[in-house]
Ligand binder design. Structure first.
Ligand SMILES: Nc1ncnc2c1ncn2[C@@H]1O[C@H](COP(=O)(O)OP(=O)(O)OP(=O)(O)O)[C@@H](O)[C@H]1O
Ligand SMILES: [Mg+2]
Length: 258
């Protein structure tokens, strides 16, 4: 099993869109995939049709409150074949911070919590680099960093990198950055092209060749609470996320991790 955290401290860069659609692309390729929503905003849960305000299903928050036992009881199948999800809810924020302050470290999510049957676990992280993000990085094998192809996108990245390095030093020396990928790329603007060039210059081979373009079908799919792969299977956004998933799998194979 490989655990991949999708992280960037900047808000709205496409973390959740990428977590949901990459997880769906992996599932489509026959990989048993679990998406864990670690963001109290619960966007990934909503994207996959799970709304705690509508139904009473227990979430990752209940899992933590109940002593972090039997994660499998908090895993739900989604409408997308091969993709399961542990949903989140807004209360997660408050409870988690409280637990960390009281040093109840047993409540931290641990890699052993994930059932063996999964080939891949994707962690959708919140934009702030608080304890939830640290926990995600502490238990991950790899980090995927989406970068919005907009002005100043790279400046903000340094904080994310520092956090990854801190976790590598103190909590998880085996953690590796698998790569960076551009998101919300607007082919018509020079600024977007410049950001992709800068990204390649700064991170070289670590940057995936696939860039996710601006595609309104991705927003529609989000609103329809489905991955784009099932909402509009032949849309550009769906093809790009499939291509990115292929590249990620290839890179993992090179590292002999799959
Ligand atoms: N490639 C894209 N084309 C068009 N819209 C996109 C694309 N990627 C994401 N979006 C839209 O941009 C918004 C932010 O995306 P998303 O929620 O995935 O970002 P995020 O990094 O998870 O945000 P947050 O930091 O708040 O968790 C959403 O409305 C989403 O539908
Ligand atoms: Mg998000």
């Amino acid at each position: 099993m490989q655990i991949l955290a999708i992280i960037n401290n900047k808000g709205g860069v496409g973390k959740t869109t990428s977590a949901v659609n990459l997880a769906a692309a992996f599932a489509e390729k026959g990989k048993k995939t679990l998406l864990v929503d670690l963001d109290p905003a619960a966007s990934a849960s909503l994207h996959l049709g799970m709304d705690r305000t509508q139904d009473e299903q227990p979430t990752i928050c209940d899992y933590l409150l109940n002593g972090a036992q039997n994660l499998k009881n908090y895993i739900y199948p989604t409408a997308f074949q091969g993709l399961d999800c542990v949903p989140s809810e807004p209360a997660l924020s408050e409870f988690y911070e409280e637990m960390v302050q009281e040093a109840e470290i047993d409540y931290f999510i641990k890699p052993d919590d994930f059932p063996d049957k999964y080939d891949f676990v994707f962690l959708d992280c919140p934009p702030n680099l608080g304890n939830l993000a640290y926990n995600a990085l502490a238990i991950s094998d790899f980090v995927l960093i989406p970068v919005q192809t907009q002005f100043l996108a790279l400046t903000g990245l340094e904080l994310t990198l520092k956090t990854v390095q801190k976790v590598q030093r103190h909590l998880n020396p085996d953690l590796q950055i698998l790569g960076y990928f551009g998101t919300q790329f607007d082919r018509r603007t020079r600024a977007a092209k410049e950001v992709v060039q800068l990204l390649n210059k700064r991170f070289g081979k670590e940057v995936f060749r696939t860039v996710i373009g601006v595609n309104t079908k991705l927003v529609e799919a989000y609103n329809a609470q489905k991955p784009i792969l099932s909402y509009a299977s032949s849309a550009r956004g769906a093809k790009e996320y499939r291509a990115l998933a292929d590249e990620i799998l290839k890179r993992l194979k090179k590292k002999s991790k799959v």
